[in-house]
Design a binder for this molecule. Structure first.
Ligand SMILES: [Zn+2]
Length: 444
């Protein structure tokens, strides 16, 4: 990033994007022929007025402007800093890091310090370090926990190292989970993640968990055979996927949705990650030209995962049900976040978010709602207040598109320019980012 910035200099000029169609993702409307004026790191005005003298002009005629995108579920440490240019080139201005090692977390903190000092330009970051899990050989203390006291110590440690929130793993024992929730509330530290096997989605919602990732535990809770299936799990037996599919009860889903709404629990379905087991044998996955941006070591790992995938047919049924459940939750008023779980197999940094938007639309969200889940909803989730979106006073993080994303969600990756913290990445700059990302992937 530093090389790219060297040519930009220190001062950000006033930028006027003229004659552009502004997309209001919340109201699901467009406003034609607007001038969006950016001064420093903020949007100064959105109007039909002419641009002031000396501004850098960007011709927005025939183009559509959306707020910058967030990927709300990533694991950056695994794929390295080269992925930042891929995120940027894809219009992604913010990331939520869900789990990384302590040394990786230190690197992310350093990146954040460079962002804050203006030494570099890149996506903003909210981050945690290791997820909190049940204690075992692979997960020792402090982040492997057995009881409430351990869990409180783990939360305190996260606070000490500067984590923005805490991630919950899938096998945190019940007493530890409840202790963790209490300590997080005391410290005012948000917690998000899985639904541990010992608890139900309604219970984690009651405990104040801010978001549930991957729709974890939801299909079990929506099954009319829930208690029988929980008994199977208690005895260490596998839960038959066909039973989950056959016993899905929309009324139970509606009750759960009401619960989430009441407690302000958000869902980050990570449909891109969930698609992989269902599509593992689909050759389109391996022929994807975007794979040239993925380091070869990672590509090989993904191929091995795909070859090892069994039970593609049941996984497909499960995925279809996950899509249906996502649509149902959204229609019932549950807040949705767009996240991908990159670099889970075939979740390519940056591109995966555009895949997620398409999948959210396939799940039944309107294109505007899908875009909202990747733009202003993440800002709201993170507690940021108005103005959000494309409005005077909002941060100058914008993506200029060649087509209307409300008419066709496929238009979100037809990117003409990206504005990040007031800096403009025009098509030529984006081309350089693409080239460098491809070259970096080749070298690994
Ligand atoms: Zn994850």
């Amino acid at each position: 990033m530093l090389l790219l910035l060297a040519s930009w200099g220190q001062t950000v000029p006033v930028v006027a994007i003229e004659h552009v169609t502004v997309v209001d993702v919340h109201a699901a409307t467009i406003h034609a022929d607007q001038t969006v004026l950016v001064r420093g790191q903020r949007i100064e005005a959105v109007s039909r007025a002419a641009a002031p003298e000396g501004a850098r002009h960007i011709n927005g005629r025939g183009k559509y402007l959306i707020p910058g995108l967030w990927d709300m579920h990533v694991h950056l440490g695994m794929i390295g800093p080269d992925s930042f240019q891929l995120y940027l080139a894809n219009g992604i201005v913010g990331l939520r890091e869900m789990e990384c090692s302590l040394p990786e977390f230190e690197r992310l903190k350093q990146y954040r310090a460079e962002l804050a000092s203006g030494k570099t330009v890149g996506p903003q970051l909210v981050a945690t370090a290791e997820a909190i899990e049940g204690r075992g050989p692979a997960k020792p203390a402090p982040f492997g926990v057995e009881n409430a006291a351990d869990a409180q110590a783990a939360v305190d440690r996260q606070r000490e190292i500067g984590a923005d929130f805490v991630t919950i793993g899938s096998d945190v024992p019940r007493p530890a989970y409840l202790g963790l929730a209490e300590e997080c509330r005391r410290l005012n530290l948000p917690f998000s993640g899985h639904v541990p096997r010992d608890l139900t989605p309604a219970e984690v919602s009651d405990a104040g968990q801010r978001s549930i990732e991957h729709l974890d535990g939801l299909l079990l809770a929506c099954s009319s055979a829930e208690s029988r299936l929980r008994d199977l799990m208690k005895h260490g037996q596998a839960v038959p996927i066909q039973t989950i599919v056959d016993t899905f009860d929309p009324n139970r889903a509606a009750q759960l949705a009401a619960h989430f709404r009441k407690h302000g629990t958000w869902l980050c379905p990570t449909l891109t990650e969930q698609r992989f087991p269902a599509e593992a044998h689909n050759p389109d996955l391996y022929l994807d030209p975007r794979l040239k941006y993925v380091p070869s070591g990672y590509r090989r790992k993904w191929e091995v995962s795909a070859e090892a995938s069994r039970n593609v047919e049941p996984a497909r049924k499960l995925f279809e049900l996950d899509l249906r459940l996502t649509g149902l939750m959204w229609r019932a008023g549950v807040r949705i976040l767009a996240g991908t779980d990159t670099p889970w197999p075939y979740c390519i940094p940056g591109f995966a978010l555009h895949d997620e938007l398409k999948l959210l639309v396939r799940a039944g969200l309107s294109p505007a709602a899908a875009l909202e889940a990747a733009t202003i909803a993440p800002e709201e989730f993170l507690g940021r207040t108005a103005p959000l979106g494309i409005a005077p006073g909002a941060p100058a993080n914008l993506v200029l598109l060649d087509g209307n994303p409300l008419a066709d969600i496929d238009n979100t990756d037809r990117i003409s320019a990206v504005v990040i913290q007031g800096h403009v990445l025009a098509r030529r700059d984006l081309g350089r980012l693409w080239d460098r990302a491809a070259a970096a992937a080749k070298g690994q």
